[in-house]
Design a protein around this ligand. Structure first.
Ligand code: NAI
Length: 330
């Protein structure tokens, strides 16, 4: 039986984790969940929102499913998410964005995968106050990080039968930093003659995405553009309740929804478990459980197609009712 770390988070985290565990269980797939608490609720008892035991569990199991955790503001704690990505060197942020049945959006043909570099760029945190009126932030782009993220995007394309990888930069202005990212893309692309290549500037990409998103297949971007564009793409498919994600490195992978811990609806049986469920389905594909991934995905799509959905999507179903409906379809 595969052992997987389950970080059940806080806020709506425990409710949606519960729902997803029940659904996977009902599919017939047996998983030995190694449940690890993290986040705001753990600070009082253990002095940190991300105790060592959580990291050790992911290192042992290799794979984790993670519900959202609250990041305490201004108390001197680093975000659990940022820390996890750093400690486990999860260099690739993967966000597949595809329309779901019956989830009404402006476009009905979106199927784009955003691959965001997760470790450097303006997020390296190298900033300085030059004087009272001037601050500087350094944008770091390295060959190592750029090549490995571009390779990740092409490998994902091959593995998932995708046709094209499009690199997104502002290399016309930032000739050295974004220029290096673009050079790395071109070099790595040579090893994948079967995949189409495309290059686009980030401003043009944003305009194209909100006019004609179906022209894009896989996008690969440095950290900052990736952060912004992946939220734009989440908006194209129906927003936070349905946006899945994953952070993947050479040795470990953490699958998690894009949304946060939604304290405003905590404990009210209102949260949409779809984003976490889609993240779990991608996780099952990652560990090679494709048959169960397809089976659960089909049940989810049938449920949505039948008009059953939670309030964030305009429906009336409680978290528990939606979960029961997916289980019935299984
Ligand atoms: P949020 O994503 O938690 O909530 C924004 C809005 O979307 C709220 O109105 C919420 O009710 C709604 N929403 C989010 N997920 C939903 C779901 N599954 N079903 C139905 N409605 C949903 O963002 P917010 O309020 O900015 O952040 C709350 C906390 O979450 C903060 O402490 C933040 O740091 C943390 N956070 C954690 C993340 C993670 O663990 N990966 C990611 C983003 C935020």
């Amino acid at each position: 039986m595969k052992r997987i770390t389950l970080i059940n988070g806080d806020g709506i985290g425990p409710e949606i984790s519960d729902a997803v565990v029940k659904i996977i269980d009902a599919s017939g797939l047996k998983i030995d969940w190694d449940v690890q608490t993290a986040g705001a609720d753990v600070i009082l008892k253990e002095g940190t929102p991300l105790p060592e035991r959580v990291l050790n569990s992911v290192k042992e199991n290799g794979v984790a499913l993670k519900a959202p955790v609250t990041t305490p503001i201004g108390k001197g704690f680093r975000s659990v998410n940022v820390q996890l990505r750093k400690e486990l060197d999860l260099y690739a942020n993967l966000r597949p964005c595809k329309n779901l049945p019956n989830v009404k959006t402006k476009f009905d043909n979106v199927d784009v995968v955003v691959v965001r570099e997760n470790t450097e760029d303006l997020y390296a945190g190298i900033e300085r106050q030059v004087d009272n009126d001037t601050a500087e932030s350094i944008k770091v782009i390295t060959r190592k990080a750029s090549e490995r993220i571009c390779k990740f995007a092409f490998d994902y394309a091959v593995k998932n039968n995708r046709k094209e990888v499009c690199v997104v930069t502002k290399a016309n202005i930032m000739k050295l930093s974004d220029g290096l990212f673009l050079d790395c893309f071109r070099k790595i692309a040579e090893n994948y003659p079967q995949i189409n290549k495309r290059e686009i500037l980030v401003d043009n990409l944003c305009m194209q995405l909100v006019q004609n998103p179906s022209q894009f297949d896989i996008l690969v971007l440095p950290n900052l553009y990736g952060d912004i564009v992946s939220d734009l793409c989440a908006g194209l498919i129906g927003g936070l309740g349905v946006a899945q994600g994953a952070n993947i490195g050479l040795n470990y992978a953490v699958f998690e929804p894009v949304h946060g811990s939604a304290p405003d609806i905590k404990g009210q049986n209102k949260a949409n478990p779809t984003a976490l469920l889609l993240s779990a389905i991608e996780m099952l594909r990652y560990i090679g459980e494709n048959t169960y991934a397809e089976k659960i995905e089909k049940a989810l799509f049938k449920t949505l197609d039948s008009g059953i959905c939670t309030a964030d999507l305009g429906g009336k179903a409680a978290t528990s009712e939606f979960t029961e409906a997916v289980i019935r379809e299984l």
